[in-house]
Design a protein around this ligand. Structure first.
Ligand code: AMP
Length: 126
C-alpha cells in the first residue's frame, strides 16, 4: 500500500507554525530543530518540509532539489554543532526509525543527529 501522510502529526504542526520549535537551521526544503527529549548533549531532528513518512518514502518520491537540500542541511548542522570529524569534531550518529519494527513515533520522516558524547554500541542485542 502506498504511503499515506497524516497531516495531523506533530512535525506537520511544527511546519505549519502551530507548535513552537527550537530551530537550528531552516532552508528552502528542510527544517532542523532540537529534540524535545534529547538523548545526547546535541540531538537535532532534520525533517523535509514535504509530506514524506519515512526515509524510503522520501528517497523514492522527493525531488532531486529536496534530496540535495536535505543532505546539504545535514552537513551544515554537523558543522554548526561541531560534530563533523572532517571539521575537527568528535563524531556523531545519524538514526532514522521507520514503521512498526523501527519504532517510529512521529510519522513524518526525520533524521536524528546525536552528538556530544560517546554514543556506545549501535544497537542493544536482545
Ligand atoms: P521517532 O521515534 O524516531 O519517531 O522520534 C520522534 C522524536 O521526536 C523523539 O525523539 C521525540 O522526543 C521527538 N519529539 C516529539 N515531539 C517533539 C517536539 N514537539 N519538538 C521536538 N521534538 C519532538
Amino acid at each position: 500500500m502506498p504511503y499515506q501522510y497524516d497531516d495531523q502529526n506533530i512535525f506537520a504542526k511544527i511546519l505549519r507554525g502551530e507548535i513552537p520549535n527550537d530551530t537550528v537551521l531552516e532552508t528552502e526544503h528542510t527544517l532542523a530543530f532540537r529534540d524535545i527529549a534529547p538523548k545526547a548533549p546535541d540531538h537535532v531532528l532534520v525533517i523535509p518540509k514535504g509530506p514524506y513518512v519515512t526515509l524510503d518514502h522520501f528517497c523514492a518520491e522527493a525531488s532531486d532539489a529536496e534530496i540535495v537540500d536535505f543532505h546539504r542541511a545535514v552537513a551544515e548542522i554537523c558543522k554548526m554543532i561541531g560534530a563533523g570529524p572532517g571539521h575537527g569534531g568528535e563524531g556523531f550518529r545519524a538514526i532514522t526509525n521507520a514503521g512498526e519494527n523501527g519504532v517510529q513515533e512521529v510519522p513524518h520522516y526525520h533524521l536524528h543527529i546525536l552528538a556530544g558524547r560517546p554514543l556506545g554500541p549501535m544497537l542493544l542485542m536482545r
